[in-house]
Write a protein that binds this ligand. Structure first.
Ligand code: SF4
Length: 368
């Protein structure tokens, strides 16, 4: 693997709408490319335009200084959750040499900004000292991508990442430090990791290490990835790509609905059996003046999520959650002034009444 220092224009990407899975408003990539080189990696898709994904990792060596300046200069930039990665793993081996992620975390700690970290590497344990402080002064959520409990099977698809066994151990260590930590089972590869036995084992091991949540998704597969991915599947198991062709219809990005329905049902049953939430819970920043909006958004997004899982209409709830998070007004004040209906999707009576009941219930709750 070759490393090269790269120029970049901005370090912090502000999302138009908050991400209701990880609850981040900002994303940031310390590196361009990822030496974990997972076969199914979404960043391989042509839209990301990452040159030579397999062989070169670009390092943004001054990222922490640029972030520091950005936070200091931008008066309108509101502190909110920064998610690391998206097109890289912030704890890939390059981090041993460059320590860019560590320096960025120090900058976030200095400004008391919250963050979300997702990794496949136990190298993350190096930064426990910073996590403790960020957790004390702001908020941190850490997740390990673990799609299967089987080290052997993971090796085929994630050949350059630490095996799931190491990730479970690292998760256990972070939990013992009192940090909010869970599992991202993303993606669950169809016909490879989606059997009842395998998923049961994934939940069982997660419970064993006291994971706070398991969030999951099936595979997304852009047309540009199929060309390399299908022959790889057939090398893993003869004829497997034909099964994929049946559920990944040309032009669609995810598997067909009947497949998703079956998977959702199984995951709901396992979440119930092992009592592990399928959602990240503690997403708001302690003492944040937008606390009511976050709580309401969380409540509505959860409703949307479980409606979707049960194959019911959900998008109005989802949009109501997103829109209240983009409002500068406190949701409770809006309700008391009879202005909540002015926010898009709250004109829907069912959503308005659900929100009203919830806001009146949390009205007298003490700040956390
Ligand atoms: S660790 Fe994540 S970003 Fe890196 S190659 Fe694997 S899926 Fe892609």
């Amino acid at each position: 693997m070759k490393y090269k220092q790269i120029e970049f224009k901005s370090i912090l990407n502000k999302l138009k709408y908050i991400d209701t899975w990880f609850w981040c408003r900002y994303t940031l990539n310390p590196y361009r490319g990822c030496e974990h080189r997972c076969v199914y990696c979404d960043a391989r898709r042509s839209k990301y335009n990452i040159e030579n994904f397999e062989n070169i990792v670009g390092a943004k060596v001054d990222a922490d200084q640029m972030l520091d300046k950005r936070i200091l200069r931008a008066r309108t930039l509101r502190p909110d959750i920064v998610s690391f990665g998206g097109v890289c793993d912030a704890y890939q081996p390059a981090e041993i040499k460059f320590q860019i992620t560590r320096k960025i975390l120090s900058t976030l700690k200095k400004h008391k900004w919250p963050c979300f970290l997702l990794t496949k590497s136990d190298l993350i344990l190096r930064d426990i000292d910073l996590f403790r402080e960020i957790s004390r002064n702001s908020y941190i959520c850490i997740a390990f991508t673990i799609n299967t409990a089987s080290d052997d099977s993971a090796k085929h698809f994630e050949p350059f990442s630490p095996p799931p066994g190491k990730r479970f151990k690292a998760l256990e260590k972070l939990k013992s430090e009192g940090l909010y930590t869970g599992v991202c089972a993303m993606p669950i590869l169809p016909y490879v990791w989606d059997s009842e036995e395998q998923l049961d084992e994934l939940f069982r091991r997660s419970k064993q290490v006291e994971a706070d949540f398991i969030i999951f998704s099936s595979l997304t597969l852009g047309e540009s990835m199929k060309h390399d991915f299908y022959p790889f599947l057939d090398k893993y198991r003869t004829g497997l790509s034909n099964k994929y062709r049946e559920i990944f219809i040309k032009g669609s990005y995810g598997p067909i609905k009947s497949y998703i329905r079956k998977l959702n049902k199984l995951i709901l049953e396992l979440s119930e059996k092992y009592q592990i939430p399928l959602r990240i819970q503690k997403h708001f920043i302690p003492k944040d003046y937008r606390k009511n909006n976050y709580k309401l958004a969380h409540f509505l997004a959860d409703i949307a999520y479980y409606r979707q899982m049960k194959n019911k209409t959900f998008s109005s709830y989802q949009w109501a959650a997103l829109n209240i998070l983009n409002s500068n007004e406190d949701a409770l004040n809006l309700l008391l002034q009879d202005k909540l209906k002015d926010i898009r999707n709250f004109e829907n009576e069912e959503i308005h009444n659900t929100a009203k009941e919830f806001l009146l219930k949390i009205k007298d709750e003490k700040d956390e």
